[in-house]
Design a protein around this ligand. Structure first.
Ligand code: NAI
Length: 549
């Protein structure tokens, strides 16, 4: 990329700005002499200054605001910062801080960072998309703010989610940021508080009928194909029913996936593969009871069944290993309120609204919390699981932190150190009776950025469930036996870029094997992925630009 910009304009462009790192020749060529300090610093020295300034911030929300401000001024330095220590920065640019940022989004807003597409633009979606300055977009992450994390309908405040999710494509797997477009599809909100907040940024309307919404999403999907023909659409944080139905509607027609459905399923499958491995078993040897039967629960149940089919079970047998319990009790055949996609998991069983009674009757080996409700894995629940199982598997996935069904400390204490535990958020190690346990974080960020990188590099035309199963197996395979012994089900976050490169390479291989790639097959898949990885390094010379890939 060359630029005709000069002087202050260069500093105002986050893609060109090198702040204090311009070489003398660049300062002269770009009219920056005297506008920036005489010193010429390296990226690492700049990073030191960022770290100093971050350390002076009192809260993670303040650090989030600081980092987003940095992104507005200097994209390379922003990514250099978060990629320098992913374990430290992912909880700031994404969950749990992002939940707090979303709640206050209209109040802390500074720059758009993506597109706002409201249903008021019906009939003109293509024209709106053409306003985006980048023309080669490979991923749009889109939410309607319908169910943000476990926080409910946040409407336009949900925009923090696609922004954060796409930053993780880059930070975790090296997908170059210029190909990524966060999008808020504004269908109004039923959140009374925001409807009455003068600083709320979305349409002040309650949500439309499903039919109305879906026909607008149809126009959006069609427009994306026309304006960005190589683009994959990632749906994020829609309500459970919309998430599942929109995925069913588009999955065979477009390159599309839903991270809440498929990404969650992939990462939990990875955890279940390792939990079973610790016990010397396979996923098809386990019996699962879910607390929560929404988009995350159903996506996971479906993927677990596909994985069990790969292990030799019939689909019906696989479904027989999965039970679900939601706000109205156990899903069973007499329940009149179930939706189509829940029925395969409604088995013959007496109705019950008592989760402990369901555990005692069904005798699951694993309980999986995707209920959005904190504290629902009570002491009675964990004790019941521990009576039935030598090593009960307890996955408490709801987030943010206070929504986790139980904490690791509770799981290890109440099970007397027997539980194999993971959560949806990061918890510190737990010391119990002289042992140190490492609670893993079943976070989708091990899966979707790697899928994103594989799709980006191969230009895959579709995203399939098999790609998520392969990603899950690749993630699971990267946990050493030493870490498994300490109860850790997932790889360490400190090495996340390398983990995702290996995962992306395995998924890319599957994309080629499935004939879904639109580029030539390379000889060395890992090297091929590495060639596509973004590096947070400034471009050099007067015609400078950040390095794309
Ligand atoms: P959803 O709103 O679609 O489904 C929630 C389900 O929980 C519904 O079936 C509902 O009936 C049930 N439920 C609500 N209250 C309950 C109660 N007191 N007892 C039993 N069941 C109850 O939500 P979705 O998309 O399925 O997400 C669920 C949770 O999973 C959220 O907290 C979300 O943050 C978390 N999640 C975690 C991920 C991860 O850690 N990797 C990824 C995606 C979601």
């Amino acid at each position: 990329m060359t630029t005709s910009k000069r002087g202050i304009e260069v500093l105002q462009d986050p893609l060109l700005n090198k702040s204090t790192a311009f070489a003398e020749s660049e300062k002269e060529a770009l009219g920056l002499v005297g506008i920036v300090p005489d010193a010429t610093e390296t990226e690492d020295l700049q990073l030191q200054r960022v770290m100093l300034q971050l350390a002076a911030k009192p809260t993670d929300l303040e650090r989030y605001i600081y980092l987003i401000n940095l992104l507005d001024h200097n994209e390379t330095l922003f990514y250099r910062t978060i990629m320098s220590d992913p374990a430290r920065f992912l909880p700031i640019v994404y969950d749990p801080t992002i939940g707090e940022a979303c709640l206050k989004f209209g109040h802390i807003y500074r720059q758009p960072h993506g597109m706002y597409l409201s249903m008021a633009r019906r009939g003109k979606v293509k024209e709106v998309l053409k306003n985006w300055p980048q023309k080669d977009i490979r991923f749009i992450c889109v939410t309607d703010g319908g169910r943000i994390l476990g926080l409910g309908d946040l409407g336009a405040n949900g925009m923090g989610i696609p922004i954060g999710k796409l930053q993780l494509y880059t930070a975790c797997a090296g997908v170059p940021p210029q190909y990524l477009l966060p999008m808020y599809l504004d269908a109004g909100t039923n959140n009374e508080q925001y409807l009455h907040d003068p600083l709320y940024l979305g349409m002040r309307k309650t949500r439309p009928s499903t039919e109305d919404l879906y026909s607008f999403v149809d126009e959006f999907m069609q427009a994306v194909q026309e304006v960005f023909p190589k683009c994959c659409v990632h749906f994020e944080d829609w309500t459970g029913v919309d998430a599942v139905h929109l995925l069913q509607r588009f999955r065979d027609k477009y390159c599309v996936y839903n991270d809440d459905v498929q990404g969650t399923a992939g990462i939990v499958l990875a955890g279940m593969i390792n939990a079973a491995k610790i016990k010397g078993k396979k996923v098809s040897d386990e019996r699962y009871l879910f607390l929560g039967a929404g988009s995350a629960g159903i996506g996971l149940a479906d993927l677990l069944c596909s994985a069990m089919v790969q292990e030799g079970l019939t689909l019906q047998d696989g479904q027989g290993h999965v039970y679900m319990f939601d706000i109205n009790g156990l899903l069973e055949t007499t329940r009149p309120d179930l939706v189509d996609f829940q029925r395969p998991y409604a088995h013959k069983h007496a109705p019950t609204r008592d989760f402990v009674a369901a555990i005692e009757s069904i005798k699951p080996t694993a309980i999986i919390g995707v209920s959005t409700v904190g504290g629902t894995f009570t002491q009675r629940v964990i004790e019941a699981m521990s009576r039935i199982n030598e090593r009960p598997v307890v996955l408490a996935l709801s987030n943010p932190t206070e929504h986790a069904e139980c904490t690791p400390e509770q799981a290890y204490t109440w099970s007397n150190g027997k539980a194999i535990y993971a959560a949806g958020v990061q918890f510190p190690p737990v010391h119990f009776k002289g042992q140190t346990f490492l609670p893993g974080q079943a976070n989708n960020f091990y899966i979707f950025p790697a899928i994103g990188m594989a799709v980006f590099a191969t230009q895959a035309s579709r995203i399939t469930d098999e790609m998520f199963i392969e990603a899950a197996r690749a993630v699971a395979d990267q946990v050493s036996s030493d870490l498994l012994k300490q109860g850790l089900l997932y790889p360490l976050q400190s090495n996340i870029l390398e983990t995702e490169i290996q995962t992306a390479a395995r998924v890319a291989k599957l994309v080629f094997d499935s004939r879904l790639a639109r580029v030539e097959r390379p000889a060395d898949m890992v090297a091929f992925i590495r060639d596509h990885v973004y590096k947070p390094v400034y471009g050099k010379g007067p015609a400078l630009a950040t390095k794309a890939a």
